[in-house]
Design a protein around this ligand. Structure first.
Ligand SMILES: O=C[C@H](O)COP(=O)(O)O
Length: 249
């Protein structure tokens, strides 16, 4: 069975004043034995997030090279040294704002694995692709091109994030999420020896209100949460909803 994982992506949010939220999230996480809690803060807070037992600290990007003349970038070994144990790669905001291609994302995945970081690989279709009925086709292409050979449940988590659902308060219908996750599970299982056990997260406007119904869907092993992960008050109820699923799965 794939591991249950709840991941919070803080994006470019969070100064030191937000650290009490991490402490409260960690308190709740330590009580949840069947769920892994990941927090991806801005890199400035990474070492301090890494100081909390119960939380897997993650970065939000890395360079494909281990070192070199790349002003402003951070390598996977640097992030690992700063306390990261995982890294989000291929997020649609990186793909859109920094023109990251699938090939570049695959290079970053290899670098992350080389530094011992688990990859949370994000894939997702645009609204136009969704409306054109091309969701599964687009995701299959992204998955094939941005996830290199060698993916295992230990080094990879896949997050399905429809671009049009991120930060909008809109989510796909439940049957659509279930259909997509089934397709992703099948593709991973047919490509990698243990691919069927790679955790599949849903991301895009997950909230305390909709988490339980999303987590009840087949092949949804957790969520990648943006806005609602910034405070313990909003994030802990989502963590609890996933723990409920873990209890009866
Ligand atoms: O990485 C997280 C996603 O982009 C989802 O963000 P959101 O929960 O604010 O919609």
């Amino acid at each position: 069975m794939a591991a249950r994982i709840i991941a919070g992506n803080w994006k470019m949010n969070g100064l030191a004043a937000a650290l009490p939220e991490v402490a409260w999230i960690a308190d709740a996480a330590r009580d949840m034995t069947c769920v892994e809690t990941v927090i991806a803060p801005p890199v400035t807070l990474l070492p301090r997030v890494a100081g909390h037992a119960g939380i897997t600290p993650a970065a939000q990007d890395c360079h494909a090279a281990d070192a070199g003349a790349h002003t402003g970038d951070l390598s996977a070994p640097m992030l690992a040294e700063a306390g990261a144990r995982a890294v989000i790669l291929g997020h649609s905001e990186r793909r859109a704002n920094h023109a990251e291609s699938d090939v570049q994302v695959a290079g970053k995945v290899r670098a992350a694995w080389g530094a011992g970081l688990r990859t949370i690989l994000c894939i997702g279709e645009t609204e136009a692709q969704y409306r054109g009925g091309r969701t599964v086709e687009v995701l299959a292409r992204q998955l094939a091109a941005s996830l290199p050979e060698g993916a295992t449940p230990a080094n990879t988590i896949v997050a399905y994030e429809p671009v049009w659902a991120i930060g909008t308060g809109i989510t796909p219908r439940e049957d659509e999420i279930e259909r997509v996750h089934r397709a992703l599970r099948d593709r991973l299982a047919s490509r990698f020896a243990q691919g069927g056990e790679i955790s599949l997260l849903y991301g895009g406007s997950v909230s305390a209100e909709n988490a339980a119904s999303i987590f009840a869907l087949q092949n949804v092993d957790g969520a990648l949460v943006g806005g609602a992960s910034l405070t313990a008050g909003k994030f802990v109820p989502i963590m609890n909803a996933l723990a409920e699923k873990g209890a009866y799965a």
